[in-house]
Design a protein around this ligand. Structure first.
Ligand code: F2R
Ligand code: MG
Ligand code: MG
Ligand code: MG
Length: 304
């Protein structure tokens, strides 16, 4: 059953995973920088590009009652701040859009085939909140959202898998059914093989973290992080939010993004009631995020 509690759990899960994971992301230099800029003036934990782009997507969808690519590109560019830690290609792109370039002219500037970073996937849980029950509408709108910043087929496919996993979590499908559907939806061998491995790893009781890192990845590219996040959300489906987070922190690499995507899916399964209140109140703009979740839920109910 889809309900408001799950919407709040999904959006806050995304933001909490991001803000709590950010201090663990990347190498020593990135961690040192985040120590200096990782808190707001009133002592809350700052979120990064992952949550900022999720908020932008929610606000743009609420404003247009649709995914309007020009409006979304503009919204992303207006909220861009270097200190949120955007990926290099996205950062370059958003600065060009902010200067007045059309996103269609610059989204393949850095990479001729478009980016396959995980930046489109990290905002994809929000699309499942916009399109909670129509799978084809969800896929069509994942493509629209991703194309702006991540036009490479692997960047889009990673976003599609995260969006579909979140939609299935809202619907409360079994983990086996979710993985079967994701396998069916995969177009590329790289994701198909990872979903096959993930299905085995979720069943196995003694799987080691280093095996997950080796087979599924922990990097900034979508094929190196999307299935990893889905794995954690399913492996820890019957365990606590905090126990899942601590495992992802130990994984290393692109921790903020992997935990953000995993926590969004976990929140879509369980709802806000199962997330510790201190996690919620400690993060920047938690009230705004709850309000956005409420507005998205109301819109989804009105369109039934
Ligand atoms: N930027 C960061 N964190 C900085 C530290 C990361 C650390 N060193 C690590 O590797 O874990 N975090 C934020 O960026 C990620 C989202 O990135 P996004 O928006 O996808 O960025 P971008 O620049 O589009 O892609 C990321 C990199 O992937 C490689 N790449 C992408 N497409 C490529 C292509 N077609 N050909 C070759 N390489 C391609 C490039 O290295 C890109 O720079 C999130 O983690 C977010 O938290
Ligand atoms: Mg980030
Ligand atoms: Mg507006
Ligand atoms: Mg990241």
């Amino acid at each position: 059953m889809i309900n408001l509690d799950k919407y709040k759990g999904c959006f806050l899960g995304l933001a909490i995973g991001d803000a709590l994971g950010a201090p663990y992301e990347g190498g020593p230099l990135e961690r040192l920088l985040w120590k200096a800029i990782g808190k707001t003036r009133d002592g809350k934990l700052r979120y990064t590009d992952d949550t900022q782009m999720a908020i932008d997507l929610a606000e743009s969808f609420l404003h247009n009652d649709a995914i309007n690519q020009d409006h979304l590109a503009h919204t992303f560019s207006q909220s861009y701040q270097w200190s949120r830690g955007y990926g290099p290609s996205t950062s370059h792109l958003l600065r060009l859009i902010k200067k007045g370039k059309n996103w269609r002219e610059v989204n393949k500037k850095k990479f001729k085939t478009g980016s396959f970073g995980n930046g489109a996937a990290m905002r994809a849980p929000i699309l499942a909140m916009c399109f909670p029950s129509n799978t084809q509408a969800l896929i069509d709108n994942v493509n629209k959202s991703a194309e702006i910043t991540h036009a490479h087929p692997l960047g889009i496919e990673g976003a599609k898998l995260i969006a579909l996993a979140t939609q299935a979590a809202f619907q409360g499908l079994s983990s086996e059914a979710i993985l079967k559907e994701l396998h069916h939806q995969c177009q590329s061998t790289i994701y198909k093989d990872k979903i096959t491995f993930c299905t085995e790893a979720v069943r196995q009781s003694d799987i080691k973290l280093k095996e997950i890192k080796r087979k599924l990845g922990n990097g900034i590219a979508a094929p190196q992080s999307c299935v990893t996040a889905i794995y954690f959300s399913l492996k820890f489906r019957d365990q606590t939010f905090d126990s899942m987070l601590s495992q992802i922190f130990s994984l290393g690499g692109d921790v903020d993004t992997i935990s953000s995507m995993a926590c969004a899916i976990w929140g879509a399964f369980h709802g806000i009631k199962h997330i510790n209140n201190s996690n919620i109140t400690n993060i920047e703009n938690s009230k705004k995020i709850i309000t956005l979740a409420e507005l998205l839920f109301r819109k989804s109910q009105a369109s039934l």
